[in-house]
Design a protein around this ligand. Sequence first.
Ligand code: ATP
Ligand code: MG
Length: 473
Amino acid sequence: MIKKLIRKILGTKSKAARDANTPVVLGPEGHGIDPRLLSNNAVRVTSTLQEAGYEAFVVGGAVRDLLLGVKPKDFDIATNATPEQVKRLFRRAFIIGKRFQIVHVMFGNDLLEVTTFRGTTSANAPKDEHGRVLRDNTFGSQAEDAERRDFTINAMYYNPANQQVLDYHGGIEDIRAKTLRIIGVPEARYREDPVRMLRVVRFAAKLKFSIELETGAPIKVMAPLINNVPAARVFDEMLKLLMSGHALACLQQLRKEGLHHGLLPLLDVVLEQPLGFKFVTLALESTDSRIHAGKTVSPGFLFASLLWHQVLEKWEAYRAAGEQTIPALHLAADDVLDSQTEKLALQRKIGSDMRDIWAMQPRFERRTGKAPHKLLEHQRFRAGYDFLLLRCASGEIDAEIGEWWTDFYESDEASREDLISSASQPAGSGAGGAAKRKRGPRRGGRNRSGGGRGGEGGGSDAGGSPSHDGGGD
Ligand code: ATP
Ligand code: MG
């Protein structure tokens, strides 16, 4: 039926004559998508579905990216086949999801999400007391499916078979004008799903699009609704944001929109402190450049960075109250992780990575005997070391310590012994980070000791080179 509809309007739709039930249809010359940017598996899924008599399109972010000339990182497929019907067509296909059922189709390690066109949200769909839609799994037409998507630029359908793009909400125009525009009444869409406010921020920062006035206007007022969203979903969206390659821009935008309060409690406080701000900025810059270089980023490292200055503050407080350095650090880590888990549902693995990275920090101060060798063997040494370099670069601790560790890390065994014997350990330096911290930024010890192996310049280059995938994963 939809095909007939499309045929009817093919080539006859003008910009002005748009309505939400009939798409503007663009051929290859109109949209300019380079078919080489499409993955073979995406084409495999759409053509398998089409050969079985169903409609099937690439949809959402992938179409947006194709139109922008960017190779999509993953492909979502929309179809009029039900999840059961989809599952039957593929050897490795799994129906997942409670809130929305979707099918995961796997080819090797490649995963494609196949969703059945969704119907309009019915008025009696179950909602929480703030109006957030809890469950809504009704199927519908493609036009209805388009209307339920978040932004105009995310609501287009591409059929690889005939290379046509179907655009129900003026997405093409918005792509060209670099505008992020929500579909429907913004307030209502944010109420249904407050996570869309985070998505506005992510896409604006990532695509460098401007937020259309009405789309942006309600966010400041409606931001607190994020608090009612289940922690696991907020976490997923936060992770997408932080891994977008534009984490710094996203965080700045979140602050601007007043959205950071609900996300990482006390992050606003951290960002107010000059050292905390510098540290987070450097960490995110480094993350962004790793993503752009196609390297991995560990969520544990990211969250350990975002929350470090909270840990530092509590660490000092516990020490001031008479705790020993190491137990005080663990208590501080517990406090911070506990306070974040509620909001963010940090997965256990991520939490333990964070703890490892933090717990390693005082160990970098011990540069005598066997201690440095032992630390070097730590499973997460690389992550801990990269973290140390960020602390140096942010001015929290002396750059000298980072330089020493860079030399030590890059040296052969003989030079390592020299480094250990030349390490100028002030007597009784067991006081750890607090003592260092009080010495102020980058005082003393600026000269590189050791043989100048032309490394990455220790902490001063934290923006580019650190590899914080923590090894081993
Ligand atoms: P990315 O490139 O970051 O993956 P994306 O647009 O593909 O961006 P996804 O989270 O993968 O984002 O979602 C796929 C599509 O599903 C979106 O393009 C959009 O059409 C729709 N969508 C996702 N989340 C929502 C939401 N909260 N509300 C409405 N539609 C959504
Ligand atoms: Mg996607």
